[in-house]
Design a binder for this molecule. Structure first.
Ligand code: AMP
Length: 223
């Protein structure tokens, strides 16, 4: 595997709230390949207010997955874009076995392969606390947490100076419980699938953001 990050094709996986989005954003800065979050793509579509957007929003708000076919087409188009030629970090995809198989097929057709699938492991009790306390800057998306990561100046984003923040509608207890049920039933089966392919690497996601990032760098051989 490359040790300067060039050309890396990585999947970050794990339960909701395990930190894949946070780690993907940081890893992107270190290895310079795009961060593809299917959740963010879907939230952007939901915000357009289109018919499709309202259907997506209803599924996300309840903690249910959107249909495989739709997400596979969406992701397929995205990785065909030129900025993905030198690699990408997938966050939130694949989330089911059919999605994992479709990804394999897409990459095979392009003659490329994944370098690693990193599972960030965090126990359910910690996940609930993390998700229920998290919020983000409206302007730049920088993440914060009521207990673990408040902005240095109250109400002002450290990153961009923004003063408006939001919480995801699906970050409530009932929806998170459903997201965890769906994770176990639908997403977890992709873990042995990737293990069989020899791609799976596991990281303990309970430490600080920096400590988890360091473990990911070590696994990938990124300096
Ligand atoms: P995330 O931002 O990754 O937590 O995703 C938020 C929500 O978007 C999920 O709870 C699902 O409703 C939907 N979603 C994101 N990625 C996928 C996917 N690969 N397959 C199906 N639904 C997805």
């Amino acid at each position: 595997m490359s040790n300067n990050g060039k050309g890396l094709r990585i999947v970050l996986t794990g339960a909701p709230g395990c930190g894949k989005g946070t780690q993907a954003r940081l890893l992107k800065q270190r290895i310079g390949v795009p961060h593809l979050s299917t959740g963010e793509m879907l939230r952007a579509e939901a915000q357009t207010g289109s018919q499709l957007g309202s259907e997506i929003k209803a599924l996300i708000d309840k903690g249910n997955l959107v249909p495989d076919e739709m997400i596979i087409t969406m992701l397929g188009k995205r990785i065909d874009e030129p900025d993905c030629t030198n690699g990408f970090i997938l966050d939130g995809f694949p989330r089911t076995l059919p999605q994992a198989e479709a990804l394999d097929k897409m990459l095979k057709e392009k003659g490329i392969k994944l370098d690693a699938v990193i599972e960030i492991q965090v126990p359910d009790e910690i996940i609930m606390e993390r998700i229920l306390g998290r919020y983000a800057c409206m302007k730049c998306g920088q993440g914060y947490h009521d207990k673990y990561q408040q902005p240095k100046v109250y109400g002002v984003c450290d990153n961009c100076g923004g003063t408006e923040f939001y919480r995801r509608i699906d970050d409530n207890r009932a929806t998170v419980q459903n997201r965890l049920v769906n994770y176990r039933a639908l997403t977890y089966p992709t873990i042995p699938y990737f293990e069989k392919e020899g791609l799976l690497r596991c990281v303990d996601g309970t430490g600080s953001i920096e400590a988890v990032a360091k473990k990911i760098d070590d696994l990938l051989g990124v300096d």
